[in-house]
Structures are given as C-alpha cells and as structure tokens.
Design a protein around this ligand. Structure first.
Ligand code: ZN
Length: 151
C-alpha cells in the first residue's frame, strides 16, 4: 500500500466530509428558475439541480439531489458552495476553470474553495466525468436561463 502524505490525507478527509455530509442537498419548495438533470452513465452518477437566479443575474441558491460515487457527490456539494452569491458570468468562468483544473492545469483561483482539492482527479481519467458532472449541469442550466432572458 502506498503511504499517503499528510496533505493527501487532509484532502481525502475534506472530500469524504462533503460526500458524507453534502451541503445544499435536498430540493427547495420554492420555484427555481432552472431545473436540470444530468447523468454520467460510465459510473452511474445522477445529479439534479435547482438553480435560483435573481433579477440582477446573480445565483442566490443552488440545490442538488441525486446519487452516485463519493467524488460526484462531494463535487456537487462543493459546486453549490462555490456558486451561491456569484453572478451568472462569474459562475460560467468558474465552471471553465474547474474543468481545466480537472484536466490537470495549474488553477489556483481561491474562489473555487474546497473544489481545488479535487485537482488530484486529473490523475484518474475514468473519474473526471464524476468530478465535472454537477458543474456541467450548472453550465447547461445557465445556458437555458440565458435563452429565457434573451426572449
Ligand atoms: Zn462517479
């Protein structure tokens, strides 16, 4: 067995904490601006999002439901924490940066908070879609919202 460094142990602890105690999991009774469901068939992860956007194009809440592996659930929990309070434009930029992080690029944007700890997933190509699922779902929801706003 390979010994984990202290730092890797800390990362693993934070990731497991998010998957065991996900933040912002469970749907609201309020009517969201967008609802979306996306899945990752290679792993069996399913994520549904409720996205709430105010008149100033700012995300004031994101809730998720779903099931899947610990990486997909931890990533969804982290994504909700990152996105609440961000403008739609900021959120789209953060999705792009997170996607680059998972592809192995050196991204250090502190606004990604705990999600930066998922950088290690870049070493496991089979898990990349688990990590990016919730973020891709948010991106899709924001694209749908832009179509509504432009009408
Ligand atoms: Zn997965």
């Amino acid at each position: 067995m390979v010994a984990l460094s202290r730092l890797e142990q800390l990362y693993r602890h934070v990731i497991l904490d998010h998957s065991n105690h996900p933040r912002h999991k469970g749907f609201s009774k309020m009517q969201p601006n967008q609802v979306i469901e996306m899945n990752n068939p290679t792993c069996g992860d399913v994520i549904e999002l409720q996205v709430f956007i105010n008149d100033e194009q700012r995300i004031f809440d994101v809730r998720f439901e779903g099931q899947g592996c610990s990486i997909s659930m931890a990533s969804a929990s982290m994504m909700c924490e990152v996105m609440i309070g961000k403008s739609v434009a900021q959120a789209e930029q953060l999705v792009r940066e997170f996607s680059e992080l998972i592809q192995g690029k050196a991204i250090t944007n502190e606004q990604l908070q705990d999600a930066l700890l998922l950088a290690g997933v870049s070493k496991f190509p089979a898990r990349m879609k688990c990590a990016t699922l919730a973020w891709k779902a948010l991106e899709r929801a924001l694209q749908q919202e832009e179509k509504v706003v432009k009408k």
